[in-house]
Design a protein. Sequence first.
Length: 935
Amino acid sequence: MLHMFLVITLIQLPDISKVQDDEVGDGTTSVVILAGELLREAEKLVAAKIHPITIISGYRMAAECARDALLQKVVDNKEDADKFRLDLMKIAVTTLSSKILYQDKDHFAKLAVDAVMRLKGSTNLEAIQIIKKPGGSLKDSFLDEGFILDKKIGIGQPKRIENAKILVANTAMDTDKVKIYGARVRVDSMSKVAEIEGAEKEKMKEKVKKIIAHGINCFVNRQLIYNFPEELFADAGILAIEHADFDGIERLALVTGGEIASTFDNPESIKLGHCKLIEEIMIGEDKLIHFFGVEMGQACTIVLRGASHHVLDEAERSLHDALCVLSQTVNDSRVLLGGGWPEMIMAKAVDELARQTPGKKSHAIEAFSKALLAIPTIIADNAGLDSAELIAKLRAEHHKEGCTAGIDVISGSVGDMAELGISEAFKVKQAVLLSATEAAEMILRVDETISCAPRRREDRMDEERAGMVAYCNDDLPPPTQPDGVPSQPDVVRLSKHVHDNVHGNIYLDPLCLKLLDTEQFQRQVRVTNLVYPGAVHSRFEHSLGVYWLAGKAVQTLKNCQGGELGIDCFDIQTVKIAGLLHDVGHGPFSHLFEREFLPRVLSDSKWSHEEMSVRMVDHIVDEHHIEVDPELLKRVKEMIAASTEHSSPKSMKEKLFLYDIVANGRNGIDVDKFDYIVRDCRACGLGYNFQFQRLMETMRVVGDEICYRAKDYLNIHKMFATRADLYRTVYTHPKVKAVELMIVDALVKANDRLQISSYIHDPREYWKLDDTIIKTIETTPDPVLKESRDLILRIHRRNLYQFCNEYAVPKENLDHFKDVTAQDIVCSQKNAGVTLKEEDVAVCNVRIDLTRGKHNPLESINFFKDYESDEKFTIADDRISHLLPGSYQDMIVRVYSKKPELVAIVSEAFENFQLRTYGIKAQVHATPEKKKRRL
């Protein structure tokens, strides 16, 4: 149990501390301490055989009691301005007492209170600017009623402007000079360079005129302003401020009431900022720009002075905490005493509740009371005091009516917190109490942490996918066995991170994890290495990879064009699930089942794995009662079937580009190809020289389709070429095809007995069909399956069909090519010694293309020039290079002898067939008898 608490606590406590900081700005240490103490006490209770549900119930009662006790003691001086300001000062002093500003806490408390009171009830701390300037001491820090920008006014610029009209912009003002780096210009004389520079200056001059036309007298730019535009602004009497950072211009636009502009063609559409006075001031040795009388009257600037940057950074963090607490207190003006007083009040009330509560819950409530005492104990310990003695005295004092006693760390004894003026915000204490209790409750709900693998059938491969997963129970007590011992609850997986060899860490959200945990999806785990030994990745791994890439692709489009495209979280979830489930309809040995086996046993079959994937999606959701939006499910099925010839009409007419991410029926570029190409190249030791990450990062939507940069034309061509190389050297390797032919023969011979082909009609039966069908054939002692068993045994012993030869069909014959059959080879035999039979010969007609048959797939891809243009266009190969191929399809005919002793006869018949068909022998390999290698 201790290990479990440690693991989950290490994950959760930093999160609750961050939430505490975001919500109220202080109490980050207190919330972690209290949560830790609650868990420490809970561990003792669990060891005493008290169930976590009982502990949680007791903690809830105790937290409610503690909160009620605080509510009875709060003080609210909202209606009395002087008393309320005094409360704020006390809270600020208390907040700063534990920080680097302790020595000057009264001074900084006044600065913080003055700044927050200017906000007039707002909690928008963006209106308070904090500037750090080394020099002087911390006590030299001051509050300025205006906005100070940490920039200098340029030479020749106006040093003072009244009634300023300010244009805040983020635009390039540095293009009037030809840059040596990053530019490539071919000219035949320096005068041409001067002409180019002159043209750039004219453009810049026009841009400056447009800016001046806004009627401004101050121009603040996020980017650099070069000398030429700066001179033009100075001549027009306009103050030009350059290189203000993003935070600077955003805050300046906020306080002056303006908007950040990047184009200047329509002055009436741009909102200018205003202030009464802009002038240059000196702070220490630095010059800064002061904006006084800004439109947001509550805006102000706190200037921090100090000996070093380290001191200033720590001072800024401390002051920020005080500002956060004060801004929250202005909204919720209830105040409590500090110095451990609130914890003693809560502990006393909770302890009394424990005495009144019967049963085991009383132990949990009492433990909560002990945990509350940890905070005053730590206050005493940190001050070097005897915490045991002080806490005992405090407990005694708090049994008196109206007690205001707390820990006075100055005197080292119990003191009156009201007289000492030590106060804290009720909102901070309430947040600490509730957050710590909720965190402890959440961790207590964890039964255990398990390094687990997805569920699999007994005959699955024994492979583990590591990952730490938390399992949670419900609010109800766990079910019990007849003997009264609590039984283990059903395991519910929340979410998971999976390590992938290609993409690294892949996060699976709860819905996708539910789909992954079904046996219909898990059937993809089984993988065979009977085919090319390197390409051993399973459909399971591939589907996870496509899921991950699909999410990244649609997220990239959302980040770049989300506003104009309307991409939302629903779209992202839809595309990711489509990527996860796109191959769930594959049969045993993937494409071999669909393209080789089914045509031999069902000659008129039009079955496709995409259509089965669509049916399997419905079956998975219905079978496992997975709650999923019907519209999302409909779109997922449309995306899976998007690349098929008979795909259903698409319901998202305004977002057709989403259908091109997983299965692109338009041009063949999709994340499915990205994953299997890269995954197989790595597994087989093949190099690949296309950059799919670059394509995903630079793509954009133009019109209704995904387009790519024109400069990525060769990169895309390399992708298709790499895919063709994989087919040529791996997927259709002669030995690979020999094994596949034998597997198909084994399945065909076993089909009548096992009725394999009948499974394709019903998803409820089809999911049971996977690569383990080979093991079923091997282990079934049925005489009818003997031929199939013998073929599988030959595969195991590497006694494969013998490759005789191959030839590439001439280009001029490709259009009218008809598949070669075993009968064609047998009929070409001239040797009368041994008569060949069709069952002695196997023929493999291998088609290799770039996804579009004889056509160039790049002709169907649209490109764009740059991100400023919405024009899309196609590119012809000859515009890029004359070295690119002029043909996009290969047809290779391979012939195998099923019996080793017939290799020479089959090879001769194959040669005769070529002579008869083409008039030449176009085969590639000679077939000499094997000889031992000479060592």
